[in-house]
Design a protein around this ligand. Structure first.
Ligand SMILES: C[S@@+](CC[C@H](N)C(=O)[O-])C[C@H]1O[C@@H](n2cnc3c(N)ncnc32)[C@H](O)[C@@H]1O
Length: 246
């Protein structure tokens, strides 16, 4: 089942508000660590899965990519991307990754930032991505960390009597599957899977893991956004870079 929550007007408005803040988890934590793993983009043909408003796809063009295709399930996102960025060889299309038709060995690099935890059949999507990659190609993605998704939808931070954070609950870790939570609106659906499942799915699709990052905030980032301090207690994000073997 695919949920297109970013086309829910109330959700989209709330999400825009968060993303437009100068200091947010994306700008201070996920994005800098994601960008640190980007390979040389010169002359590369790239797919951005869940491209949102197209900022990253456009950055890839600016960094010398030959062609960038951005796809996203959301009409809102693709409309904004097309409005914001008009370039030859930069294409945006509204499509879910589950339905998008990919040819074998089409891309040098496939990227996906904070999207694949929305996908129900991770194995099928990873297999599809792998088949679309050229030998030696790079697959770079970030998702919500399994430690964070395990008990989503239930109480996660427990407070002590003084109201201070006592501990974070990692429960139902081996119980993989759908999690529904209130985030801006009710019933936002995502999928929890264990670290072993994520790693073994990549291995099973001929994707050799080169680097894993569980982002830790810099002191400067914590000064700008003090809630980032909690990242020292449990990671919100998981970033992986893998190489297609052949
Ligand atoms: C957290 S946003 C990230 C957007 C962008 N990658 C970025 O980092 O700014 C998640 C995006 O994934 C898209 N998305 C969710 N499920 C998807 C699916 N099955 N196929 C394609 N895009 C999807 C959403 O519409 C949304 O734009």
């Amino acid at each position: 089942m695919k949920q297109n929550i970013y086309d829910n007007e109330q959700f989209f408005k709330g999400y825009e508000e968060i993303r437009n803040r100068k200091f947010n988890y994306n700008n201070l934590l996920e994005r800098p660590n994601f960008l640190a793993l980007i390979p040389d983009l010169h002359g590369k043909v790239i797919l951005d899965v869940g491209c949102g408003k197209g900022d990253f796809a456009n950055d890839c063009m600016e960094k010398g990519a030959l062609q960038v295709d951005g796809i996203d399930i959301s009409r809102n996102m693709i409309a904004a991307a097309k409005r914001n960025y008009k370039k030859e060889r930069l294409h945006f299309q509204q499509a879910a990754i589950e339905d998008f038709v990919l040819s074998d060995r089409q891309y040098d690099i496939i990227c996906s930032s904070l999207v694949l935890h929305y996908v129900a059949d991770f194995e099928a999507v990873i297999e599809k991505i792998s088949n679309a990659m050229r030998p030696n190609g790079i697959f770079l993605f970030s998702i919500e960390h399994p430690i964070s998704t395990a008990n989503k939808g239930k109480e996660q931070w427990i407070k002590d009597e003084a109201g201070e954070l006592s501990h974070f609950v990692v429960d139902r870790y081996q119980h993989e599957g759908e999690r529904s939570q209130h985030w801006l609106v009710d019933n936002v659906v995502m999928y929890h899977r264990s670290m072993a499942t994520i790693v073994n799915t990549l291995i099973g699709s001929n994707l050799q893991i080169e680097k894993i990052i569980e982002p830790v905030p810099t002191n400067e980032a914590i000064e700008y956004l003090p809630t980032l301090q909690k990242e020292h207690r449990r990671p919100s994000f998981l970033i992986m870079r893998a190489r297609k073997s052949n």
